[in-house]
Design a protein around this ligand. Structure first.
Ligand code: ATP
Length: 206
C-alpha cells in the first residue's frame, strides 16, 4: 500500500517568549493541512528584528521545549541558534530540505506581518521554491500579503491561510513581566516556569 508523503512545516520566530498564539497557530495549521510535524525553529540573531530584550538562546530553547512537550506532532530545532551571525530562512529551509525523506513536502508557517515582509527577505523566490507558505492571520484576512507572496511562488500558486484570532504577542507578555504582572495562561505553563526560575524579562526594555 503506498504511504503518503510526509508533510512537514517549519515555524520560525524569536519565541521571546513562546506563547499560546504560537501554539494555536501550529496546531491549527497541522489540523487544517494534515501536517505530520511542525518544527519550531527559534531564531538566533533575527535579521528582521531589533534584538533588544532578547532572552538567551538556551532560555528560548528551553521555553519552547517545555511548551511543546506532550504534543507528538511538534518538535524543536536549534539549527538557527547554533549558526553564527545572521540566519536566513532560505538556509534553514535548505537544511531541512536536504534531510527530508524523498517526496516529503515542506511548508513554512509565518505570521501575517512576516508574510508582508517576506518579499524583502534574502532570496524570497528560493524560500518559496523550497516551501509552501502557510500564513497565520491574526485579523483573519491578509489578502494583500497573500497576493504578493502568490506572485513570487513558482507557478503563481496561492499560499495557504490559517486564521488564528488570538491577539497575544510576545511584546505584550514581555511588557507585563517587566511590570511584575501575571502572564499565566498567556504563556504555556512549562514556559512560564522557565521564565520564573530564570527571572526572565524583569525590567527589560520593551
Ligand atoms: P514580538 O511581539 O516580539 O514581535 P511575536 O509574538 O510576533 O513577537 P514571534 O516569535 O516573532 O512572536 O512570532 C513568530 C511568528 O508567529 C511571527 O510570524 C508572528 O507573526 C506569528 N505570531 C505570533 N503571535 C501570533 C498570533 N497571536 N496570531 C497569529 N500569528 C502570530
Amino acid at each position: 500500500m503506498p504511504t503518503r508523503a510526509p508533510r512537514i512545516a517549519i515555524f520560525g520566530g524569536s519565541f521571546n517568549p513562546i506563547h499560546v498564539g504560537h501554539l494555536l497557530v501550529a496546531e491549527e495549521a497541522a489540523d487544517r493541512l494534515g501536517l505530520d510535524r511542525v518544527i519550531f525553529v527559534p531564531a538566533g540573531e533575527p535579521p528582521h528584528k531589533k534584538a533588544t530584550g532578547l532572552a538567551s538562546a538556551s532560555a528560548r530553547l528551553e521555553m519552547v521545549r517545555r511548551a511543546i512537550a506532550g504534543n507528538p506532532r511538534f518538535g524543536v530545532s536549534d539549527v538557527e541558534l547554533k549558526r553564527r551571525g545572521k540566519s536566513f530562512t532560505v538556509d534553514t529551509l535548505r537544511h531541512f530540505h536536504e534531510s527530508l525523506p524523498r517526496g516529503a513536502r515542506l511548508f513554512l508557517v509565518i505570521g501575517e506581518d512576516a508574510a508582508r515582509d517576506l518579499p524583502g527577505w534574502h532570496d524570497p523566490r528560493g524560500i518559496l521554491r523550497l516551501a509552501r507558505p502557510i500564513v497565520a492571520s491574526r485579523a483573519g484576512t491578509a489578502t494583500g500579503a497573500l497576493r504578493s507572496l502568490g506572485r513570487l511562488m513558482p507557478g503563481g500558486g496561492r499560499p495557504e491561510q490559517v486564521p488564528v484570532r488570538v491577539g497575544v504577542s510576545a511584546t505584550e507578555i514581555r511588557a507585563k513581566l517587566a511590570a511584575g504582572r501575571s502572564v499565566r495562561y498567556l504563556v504555556p505553563e512549562g514556559a512560564r516556569q522557565v521564565i520564573a526560575r530564570r527571572g526572565l524579562y524583569r525590567g527589560r526594555p520593551r
